[in-house]
Design a protein around this ligand. Sequence first.
Ligand code: CDP
Ligand code: CDP
Length: 224
Amino acid sequence: MGVIVAVDGPAGSGKSSVSRAAAAALGFGFLDTGAAYRALAWSVLEQGGDPEDAAAVERALDGFAFESADDPDERWVRVGGVDVTDAIRTPRVTAAVSGVARVPAVRTRLNEGFRARLAAAEPGVVAEGRDITTVVAPHADVRVLLTASAEVRASRRAKELPDEDHSAVARSMAERDAKDSRVVDFLEAADGVTTLDSTDLDFDGTVAALVTLVREAAGLEPVA
Ligand code: CDP
Ligand code: CDP
C-alpha cells in the first residue's frame, strides 16, 4: 500500500490547490473528495431534483458514475462520461452541495469509492476534503488540518471570483462551513492530526510546509 496523506479544512483554506501542488511535488496521486460531492449535486440539479430532498438525492446516487483525474497535473472530473470540470464550480452547485452531502447514504457510497482509490494508490496519494483525517482514512500515514483565518479565506476565494461581491462570497462561505460542520467536524483537529495554519503563509510556503510534514512523517528522503 502507498503513502496516504489526508488533508481536511474549511472552505478557502487552500486544501485543493495546496494538496494538488504537494502531490505533484511528491510524485503522488491526488483525490479531491469535494469534487465528488459537487458532481452529485450537479447530477441532482441536472435531473431537476431538489438538493434538499433526500429522496431526490438518493435517486441521483443510484447509478452515479464519478471519475476524476488521479494525476495532480490533470484537472478533469466526469459523471457518466460527461465532463463536468467547470460545471461543478458554479455558485448554483456550490449552494446545493451541503444539502446533498448530509444524506447518510451519499457519504457511505462516496466513502467506499474514495477508500478504493486510496488503497490502489502507488507510491502514494494526497486526499483532501472535510472528513478524510477522521472518517475516510483515520489511519492515514499523515493527517493534516489546513486552516486560515476566516478573513484570509474569504479574500482568497473573492480573488478567484472577481465578478462577485466580496461580502456575499464571505457570507456564503461562512454559511456553507456552518452547515457542513453540523455533519462532520473539520474546524478542530482530531487526536493525532497536525494543524497547519496558512493565515500568514503564501501559497508556495504552505505547499513547502505540507511537503516537509509528509516527508518527515512518512520517512521519505528530504529534498536536497
Ligand atoms: O473547495 P471548497 O472548500 O469550496 O469545497 P469542496 O472541497 O469542493 O467541497 C464542496 C462540499 O462538499 C463541501 O461544502 C461539503 O458540503 C462537501 N464535502 C463533504 O461533505 N465531505 C468531504 N470530504 C468533502 C466535501
Ligand atoms: O480547497 P479550498 O477551498 O480549501 O481552497 P483552494 O480552492 O485550494 O484555495 C483557495 C485560494 O487560496 C486559491 O486561489 C489558492 O491559490 C489560494 N491560497 C493562497 O493564496 N495562499 C495559501 N497559502 C493557500 C491558498
